[in-house]
Design a protein around this ligand. Structure first.
Ligand SMILES: NC(=O)c1ccc[n+]([C@@H]2O[C@H](COP(=O)([O-])OP(=O)(O)OC[C@H]3O[C@@H](n4cnc5c(N)ncnc54)[C@H](OP(=O)(O)O)[C@@H]3O)[C@@H](O)[C@H]2O)c1
Length: 316
């Protein structure tokens, strides 16, 4: 049997994505061979494919490159000394971030330290939606030191990161406000947030006295949201491309502000899985595409209108 992979052979529009077939790799010492069931797509994959950002710069001499940082699947083999898992167990990983990637593959060898066991109570699809987006959400909420009773504004609560950030902030007993378009108002209300329709009016015209801003949009939208904050508010801005601009303006206004780059953490993954397992967190999956339809999947993520996550089914 062979292993099919999705590759970026050259930077460009979604249509450049193509397929290659390799021998199933052999796990080296300390590695696990994973049969990937689902691979998650993140905006960074789409930007890198277009040749934008530092992951593209790092991999420009390394094409064709297999993208993908989120995988969920089954342990298929173990390298020498790998003892954290057993063959047949279900695992999830935030793998090879930011340079190696490799998740859009039917089989992949991963250092066991990058993987986390999926409890029986969590479906593979739900787990695959968690790694990059879930850890970004958790790390942003931690960085902003969200406390019980804080008024927290999360821009783009319906997206991959946003829908998890909203739920973690609600679980921390914050009063959560979030921006979305009209079609996501009801969805975000069911997660326990006060949803604000940004198509109707900018956040600054609807909200004030906010303690914490979690910015998942950046640019002018983030600058407008700074007007909602009260003195000494905390700002965490996630889109790297406008982080400097947003932080500079926020600091000028007297707020505590920082950008953030998510950092893979297998222990944090356990906590997120636990939350899903006991029903404290629900991952939203807009669509699962067969990997052969990766072009359409990338085009969907590129719209910036995805509710929750988009996954690739790697075994169909
Ligand atoms: N620094 C890091 O480590 C890091 C990590 C992860 C993500 N990121 C970045 O963070 C951003 C969010 O990531 P993501 O995965 O959550 O993206 P995503 O899933 O593509 O976000 C899509 C969501 O954004 C909402 N949206 C679009 N424009 C909006 C606006 N003007 N106001 C409010 N909501 C808006 C959409 O809701 P509607 O359809 O209702 O408009 C949609 O649900 C991206 O720029 C990503 O690259 C950075």
């Amino acid at each position: 049997m062979k292993c099919k992979q999705v590759v970026i052979p050259e930077f460009g529009a979604a249509e450049v994505l193509s397929f290659q077939e390799i021998e199933i790799p052999q796990p080296q010492a300390g590695e696990v061979l994973v049969k990937v069931a689902y691979s998650g797509i993140n905006p960074i994959d789409v930007k890198t494919r277009a040749g934008l950002g530092w992951a593209a710069a790092e991999n420009k001499d390394n094409l064709p490159w297999v993208p993908g940082y989120d995988i969920a699947g089954t342990v298929e083999g173990l390298g020498e000394g790998a003892e954290k898992f057993e063959v047949g167990e279900e695992i999830v990983g935030f793998i090879g971030f930011p340079v190696r990637g490799g998740g859009y593959s039917q089989y992949v060898c991963i250092p066991e330290s990058e993987l986390t066991l999926i409890p029986n109570s969590v479906a593979l699809e739900a787990a695959a939606a968690l790694p990059l987006a879930g850890q970004t959400a958790a790390q942003a909420i931690n960085k902003a030191q969200v406390q019980e009773g804080d008024r927290v504004l999360i821009l783009a609560g319906a997206g991959g990161v946003g829908h998890i950030a909203v739920q973690i902030a609600v679980a921390a007993k914050a009063e959560v406000y979030t921006t979305c378009s009209e079609r996501n108002l009801d969805y975000l209300a069911t997660l326990g947030a006060h949803a604000i329709n940004y198509e109707f009016a900018p956040a600054s015209e609807r909200l004030s006295d906010v303690d914490v801003l979690i910015d998942l949009v950046g640019g002018d939208t983030a600058l407008d949201a700074l007007k909602c904050l009260k003195d000494n508010a905390r700002v965490v801005t996630i889109p790297t491309i406008t982080a400097e601009l947003v932080c500079e303006k926020a600091k000028l206004l007297g707020f505590e502000a920082s950008g953030m780059l998510v950092s893979p953490d297998a222990k944090q993954m356990e906590t997120l899985l636990y939350m899903v397992g006991v029903g404290l967190l629900k991952t939203e999956i807009q669509h699962v595409y067969p990997y052969q339809q990766v072009v359409e999947a990338h085009q969907q993520v590129e719209t910036s209108r995805t509710r929750g996550k988009v996954l690739l089914n790697m075994q169909c």
